[in-house]
Design a binder for this molecule. Structure first.
Ligand code: AKG
Length: 296
């Protein structure tokens, strides 16, 4: 790949944006990141909800006790520069905060904190067919984060080990995504997505206990307020997903993704439902700058 990556305040060629094999985060996983998207709008590429993503990255670093060596403004500018200087119209951005290679062992107080922002073209996480027809999901045999094991309010690198175990298990069993339950057995989220279910005109989503404070999740809640669709944040059981009228995942990478089947049970009509379709359309209008929601 060619292009430039923002690393610790400078743009460096893609191939030279390297880190040492003794990088602390590579060994122990303490670090945090964001997934951000830029969409092409009438005024050129615009980063969707840039400030919200930067704010969450700083909250994650605070939770993990990593002292950010840059300001929020600098991080915003770095993300804009990563899109602009790589001449991208549409891009996926990956800011990441990680610890240096000054020492091994679990003590992290004397290690340098590094920050990088990469941007590349990642048009869709799922096929256009999946966006329309929905995906097949299985309930994972792995449990989602307990609030006092990994910190769910941080988008921490290490949290994604659990996600990858679950996703790879789901793929190995012929599904496209995993649904993870929390340590009490209630629905938490997908491997990298929040979940919503519609039942009798009310949209339900798990409360923010064992799932990420998703920025796309919040965007969907805001759209529902506009549409007059009631949203309840509460505990959901897996069998409620089986009997939902519609179900979908949300995330920066996955965008708005219908779920057509969970554990072999067809959900609703077994394809994208009308509310999912409406919210998907609102989402794509918003990210493409046709709606107020695009603050990027
Ligand atoms: C995103 O939605 O951007 C995420 O960070 C989820 C993880 C991934 O799919 O890379």
């Amino acid at each position: 790949r060619d292009g430039l990556i923002w690393l610790d305040g400078e743009m460096v060629p893609w191939r030279e944006a390297k880190t040492h094999v003794l990088t602390h985060t590579l060994h122990y996983g303490l670090g945090c990141f964001e997934g951000v998207r830029a969409y092409n709008t009438a005024e050129g590429p615009a980063i969707f909800r840039l400030q919200e993503h930067t704010d969450r990255l700083f909250r994650s670093a605070h939770i993990l006790n990593m002292k950010m060596p840059f300001s929020k403004d600098e991080l915003n500018q770095a993300q804009c520069a990563a899109v602009r200087e790589n001449n991208l119209d549409e891009a996926y951005l990956r800011p990441m905060v990680f610890l240096g290679s000054e020492g091994m062992g679990l003590r992290a107080d004397n290690l340098q904190v590094h920050v990088m922002v990469a941007a590349w073209s990642w048009p869709s996480y799922m096929s256009p067919e999946a966006r329309e027809q929905g995906i097949k999901v299985r309930t994972s045999s792995y449990t989602r984060h307990h609030v006092n094991i990994t910190m769910c309010k941080a988008k921490a690198n290490g949290n994604y080990i659990n996600s990858m175990l679950a996703l790879n298990e789901a793929i190995a069993s012929g599904c496209e995504e995993a649904l993870l339950l929390d340590n009490e057995g209630y629905v938490a989220e997908g491997s990298g997505e929040n979940i919503f279910i519609l039942r009798d005109g009310v949209l339900h989503t798990p409360e923010l206990t064992s799932c990420l404070e998703g920025i796309t999740r919040q965007t969907i809640i805001d759209f529902c307020k506009e549409l007059g669709v009631p949203v309840r944040e509460r505990r959901i059981t897996r069998d409620e997903v089986y009997i939902a009228d519609e179900a979908f995942f949300t995330g920066t990478a996955a965008e708005v993704l219908p779920i057509r089947e969970l554990d072999g049970r067809v959900i609703g009509a077994g394809k994208r439902g009308p509310l999912t379709e409406k919210l998907q359309a609102m989402y794509f209008d918003a990210v493409k700058g046709k709606r107020e929601a695009n603050k990027g």
